[in-house]
Design a protein around this ligand. Structure first.
Ligand SMILES: [Zn+2]
Length: 432
């Protein structure tokens, strides 16, 4: 089989296979229908600029856009044409990055518009506003993006009661239960007093009992705030610290506060395992601009090493390939049976590093441990472009492995279905 025919065969198989999308932050379709709101994360405007607010705006700022202009760009009160003037100097600089390209591909596939220009921003705005109606999410996700189901980590509540439970599976967010303990939020959401450690356990149980049967996983992104070196602090040590903290959240010294967090994080992992819910952890690169302590990020995987064997019944899903420490993640996934790797977000953070990662992963780690797509977006439209980049990268990775004689063509074709959906079905087996 010629080189080109092989690439076409693999690409066609990848194009025809639906993704199980293991990580999104999508707002609800009803929120989109209601229009921009300060309550809907990153949905501050509904013109063409909306598509650039999540992630692409980070690249625009790093390319030179001022914070003041970025605020204008996100505003509901600036016209599409005036936004174009703010955007135009930077678009040539970011159009080829994963963040820029994902938006451009989404616009091309959804609206049949080739580029973002002074002439097209008004048309994109009209198509965006006119297209959003009941059923829009099914159209965008199933029919255009080729997505079977999305796993959503709501950014505005711990668990989202979705209007589309068959399409938008939901994670329980666990940050406030321990690693980023927030007693006020626990009290507000559970209605429980939460003044002692036992009452905190009851509050955590409330989430699992209320949502555990319907949730697909638990999600924790405390790696943005702290190291992942959760120590084994006993209940006897944690209880008096917790009681002081609950009475006054400023009462504890930093090391004491961390001890409480560590204890409760471990408790939450055990409860998730009781409910057969995989534990998704943010690792690696930070969203945003101007703040990323690589010293701490570089410790994410090292910090988890002693913890992983302590929870043999938990399934840890490590997200974003721990970029830029992805080589270590291959080592970790190869070593520990309870570690799974999720390429969510990675295809747009660094598309070529992610293609390289897939090739190296498959030659080193059992193929059942990889989930190959999560858009990680709040705007449903951008899942289209991100999925397109993921399909391109996955097809190229498999084709190159055949070209380089590491895989046969039938081995490569046989990996497509498990990598795109089958592996997720096995691990997130409760709800798919
Ligand atoms: Zn995310």
């Amino acid at each position: 089989m010629s080189h080109n025919t092989l690439h076409t065969t693999i690409r066609e198989k990848v194009n025809q296979t639906l993704f199980v999308d293991t990580h999104e932050h999508l707002i609800e379709e009803s929120q989109r229908l209601a229009g921009p709101s300060s309550l809907a994360p990153l949905f501050t405007c509904d013109d063409w600029a909306y598509l650039f607010l999540h992630y692409a705006l980070d690249d625009l700022k790093v390319a030179g856009m001022s914070q003041q202009n970025a605020n204008q760009f996100a505003s509901p009160d600036v016209s599409p044409q005036d936004k174009w003037k703010l955007f135009a100097p930077y678009w040539p600089r970011i159009r080829q990055t994963g963040y820029g390209r994902a938006v451009l591909l989404s616009i091309q596939r959804l609206f049949d518009i080739e580029d973002v220009t002074a002439e097209t921003v008004g048309i994109i705005t009209d198509k965006l506003r006119n297209g959003v109606r009941k059923g829009y999410y099914y159209h965008v996700l199933r029919e255009v993006a080729g997505i079977e189901t999305c796993q959503v980590n709501s950014l505005d509540r711990s668990f989202r009661e979705t209007e589309y439970p068959d399409l938008l599976l939901q994670d329980i967010s666990t940050v406030h239960m321990g690693s980023g303990l927030n007693v006020q939020q626990l009290r507000r959401e559970t209605g429980l007093p939460v003044t002692t450690l036992d009452e905190c356990y009851q509050a955590i149980d409330w989430y699992f009992e209320s949502y555990g049967q319907r949730a697909v996983a638990v999600k924790n992104q405390s790696a943005y705030e702290r190291r992942l070196n959760y120590l084994n602090v006993s209940a006897a040590d944690a209880a008096p610290l917790f009681a002081r903290y609950a009475a006054d959240p400023t009462a504890l010294a930093p090391a004491e506060e961390r001890a409480v967090q560590d204890h409760l994080w471990r408790h939450t992992v055990r409860r998730a395992s009781d409910f057969n819910l995989p534990v998704k952890l943010h690792t690696g690169y930070y969203a945003g601009t101007g703040y990323m302590p690589l010293e701490r990020v570089s410790q994410n995987l090292k910090d988890l090493c002693p913890i992983l064997p302590e929870f043999p019944n938990a399934r840890f899903v490590l997200m974003h390939i721990a970029y830029p420490y992805q080589d270590e993640l291959i080592a970790l996934a190869k070593q520990y049976p309870n570690v799974y790797v999720d390429l969510c977000w990675a295809w747009i953070v660094n598309p070529l590093a992610t293609k390289r990662f897939v090739k190296e992963f498959l030659m080193a780690v059992p193929a059942n441990k990889l989930f190959t797509f999560g858009g990680d977006y709040t705007a449903v439209e951008n899942v289209v472009g991100h999925a397109e980049i993921a399909r391109q990268g996955l097809a190229q990775a498999l084709s190159e492995l055949v070209d380089e004689s590491w895989l046969t063509e039938s081995e490569a074709l046989g990996l497509v279905e498990p990598l795109m959906r089958g592996n997720a079905y096995q691990v997130f087996n409760k709800k798919l």
